[in-house]
Every structure is written in structure tokens, then in C-alpha cells.
Design a protein. Sequence first.
Length: 282
Amino acid sequence: MTEQHETPEGVSGRALRSNAPYKDIPQATVTRLATYLRVLAILADEGVLIVSSEELAVAAGVGSAKLRKDLSFLGPNGVRGVGYDVAKLRARIEDVLGLSEGHRVILVGAGNLGRALAGYGGFRRRGFAMVGVFDRDPQVIGAMVSGLPVRDVAELDAAVIELEPTIAVITVPDQAAQAVCDRLVAAGLRCVLSFSPIALDAPSSVDVRRVDLAVEMQMLSFERARSASAPHTSSSSAIRPAGVVVSAMEPTSRGGSGGGSLRKHAGSSDAPHMSNGSVVAQ
């Protein structure tokens, strides 16, 4: 019997049909959908074909009720008593997140951070192809970064027409970030990810996301200080070196028969280690 999910308030039946717009999905749910997608990708790599809501919830670090409510925005997905088809649920979430067609990404700023991002293979595996790298430093222009020549930022307007990117990433010094954002917007970009802590001004039609690494480290510092002041437990399962990130999931079988199980980690026997920080700030 197909598991029926309650339709969340404010979402019409039309919005739940495949390929329909999902404008009414809350931002917090969208963020968790991205987490579920990451977990499902790991499960697929491990050969797991079916995952229960409880296993997926533990791996994602959320309650099973919250997970089921999040997935209810996508319409009926799982089979009661069996679980979710990993491949189908992954494809459904990719469709909702706009990843089905993939994205072409350009990067402005070929410094250390920019080079590291350009070289990260995980982006391509998740549908984000780096198609252009730009900088204004004459000593950097012409160099190869992850198979792409660094182009003069003066070519940006023409390059946007040529490369047809859907997302731009800014990794320039803080004082140059706004000017770069202005050029990208003028060239027609509508999705910008900035690694500058400065809040960028952009028209309401442009989506700007900001990653502030210093804030994230401050959040980790707070969590470490809070953990240090909390009463210690005698459970050996709760002991781990400070600063070590513990994976929330680890498949214990490769699902040769279509099943798989997730091993819980750290903290307690009931839930994985959780981080309360948000990587991306608006």
C-alpha cells in the first residue's frame, strides 16, 4: 500500500504534482531537502536501494516526523512497511531543487579559496559544472585552474553570453565584492553565491547567498565552549576528540537485496552528533 502523506497547509494539490512549481515549500524545508539529497547520494554510492524514514532521519540528523512532513511536500513517496526507493526519492528531490538540468557555474576570484572551490569534484557530481574562472590579476590571468584558463574579469560581460552560466560564485577580496556583484547582475546573472562577509546589494530579482566562514568558526567555538561547560558523561560512546566532525551515517550493508541499514554515531544511542550552525547566511 502506498504511504499517504498529509498535505501541508498552504500547498495545493497542483503544486504536489511532478514538474509543478514548489513555491510554497518553506525555506527551512528546502535546506533539509538538500541534506536528504546528500544522504541519499551516499546511500546510492553504497548500493543501498531502500531506506526507511527512521534511517534517513537519523542520517540527516532530524526527527522522523519532521522528515516525513518535509517529504510530504513532494507528494506520496514511500511504501508503508518498506521505505523509500533511494533512486526515485533522490530524483524527486533533485527535480524540486532545480538540479535535474544541472547548472553552469562561473567563479570570480582565482585566489586560494577560489582555486580550492574550482577543484572540488563534489560540485560536478551534484550537478554543478564549473565553466569559467575569472580574475583581474595579470599574474593570474592565463593560468590553468582545474582545467580552465583564468580569464580577465574585463571579459565578464561577453563571457556570460558565451558560457550561459546559471550561478556565479564570488571569492574576491571584500572591498571588491560589491563591484563584482554589480557586474554579474548587469551581465544577467540571477543567482550569486558570495564568500565575502559583506552583505551585497542586489535587485530583488537576484538571489544572493552569503557564506561567512568566520561566523561558522565562531559558532563552532561557541558549541565547543558550551560542551566544555556541560556535565560530562561516563559513556565511552560520547567521547571523541574536540574538533572532529563525526559522520551522521555509515551504511553497514551494501543492500544487495535492496535493503540497507545506517549505523548511529556519537552522542547517544538515539541520535547522531548534530551541529546547530548554518553554513549559508542570507
